[in-house]
Design a protein around this ligand. Structure first.
Ligand code: SF4
Ligand code: SF4
Length: 209
C-alpha cells in the first residue's frame, strides 16, 4: 500500500511540475476546487495523495531528522490557529490585486511549496499542515463533513499509540481512560500511515461518524 501511495503522489507531483512548466498552473486551482467537493465524501484525499507540498515535505522531514535540526516546539504565535486563515486571505488578496493592478500572475503555488519545505526543515510537518497551510484551512473546513474516513475499530484497538506517532497531522488521540484511539476526520489526510502500522489492523476506511 505504501508504494501505491508514493506512486500516486509522484504522479501528481509530475503533473504539477508539467502545469508549472507549461504556464497552465491555474488549472491546479480547478483540481483543488474539485478536491474540496471530494473531501465532503472521501475526506482530505487531496492532502494525502495530491498535494505537491505534502509530497515534498516527506523528504524534507527526512532530511531534517537526519541533520538533527527538527524541533518539537511549536512557535507560540501560531498556536491560536488564526495564521492559516490569515495566510489564505492574504494569498487570495495578493493574487487578485497584483493581477488587476499590475497584470502580474504571482506564482502563489510555488511560493507556498518553497515555504512548506523550508518550514519542514525545522518544524514537525503538523506545524505546516495544521497551523500554516492556507489550502489546509479549506480542506479542514470541508473535510470535517466527510462521509468516508479512517475509523478505529474500538474492539480491536489496544491503545498502543503507534498510529499517533506516524500521523503527520496529529489527527489521532488515544483516550487514556479507555485506551482507544480516535481519529479526527477534519484533520485526517487519509494517508494510510496509521493503517499500515497498526498491529491489530484496527483502522479501516469506512463511514465516518
Ligand atoms: S496503532 Fe492500532 S491498536 Fe495501536 S492505538 Fe492505534 S489504532 Fe489502536
Ligand atoms: S496517519 Fe491515519 S489519521 Fe493520520 S492523517 Fe494519515 S490516515 Fe489520517
Amino acid at each position: 500500500m505504501k508504494h501505491i501511495v508514493t506512486i500516486i503522489r509522484l504522479l501528481f507531483l509530475v503533473l504539477f511540475v508539467f502545469l508549472l512548466a507549461t504556464s497552465k498552473i491555474m488549472l491546479w486551482f480547478g483540481l483543488f476546487a474539485v478536491s474540496l467537493l471530494a473531501a465532503l465524501i472521501f475526506g482530505r484525499i487531496y492532502c494525502g495523495y495530491v498535494c505537491p507540498m505534502n509530497t515534498l515535505m516527506i523528504p524534507a522531514e527526512w532530511v531534517s531528522k537526519k541533520l538533527k535540526i527538527q524541533t518539537q516546539k511549536t512557535p507560540k504565535w501560531l498556536i491560536n490557529g488564526y495564521f492559516t486563515w490569515i495566510a489564505l486571505v492574504v494569498s487570495i488578496a495578493t493574487m487578485l490585486l497584483l493581477k488587476k493592478f499590475a497584470h502580474i500572475n504571482i506564482p502563489i503555488l510555488p511560493i507556498w511549496l518553497a515555504i512548506a519545505v523550508f518550514i519542514t526543515l525545522r518544524y514537525r510537518p503538523v506545524i505546516f499542515h495544521n497551523l500554516i497551510c492556507p489550502f489546509g484551512a479549506l480542506q479542514r473546513l470541508f473535510g470535517q463533513f466527510a462521509r468516508l474516513s479512517k475509523k478505529v475499530d474500538k474492539t480491536a484497538c489496544i491503545g498502543c499509540k503507534l498510529c499517533v506517532k506516524v500521523c503527520p497531522s496529529d489527527a489521532i488521540t488515544v483516550i487514556d481512560k479507555e485506551k482507544k484511539a480516535v481519529i479526527n476526520t477534519a484533520l485526517c489526510h487519509q494517508c494510510t500511515n496509521c493503517r499500515q502500522i497498526c498491529p491489530e489492523e484496527a483502522i479501516h476506511y469506512s463511514k465516518a461518524g
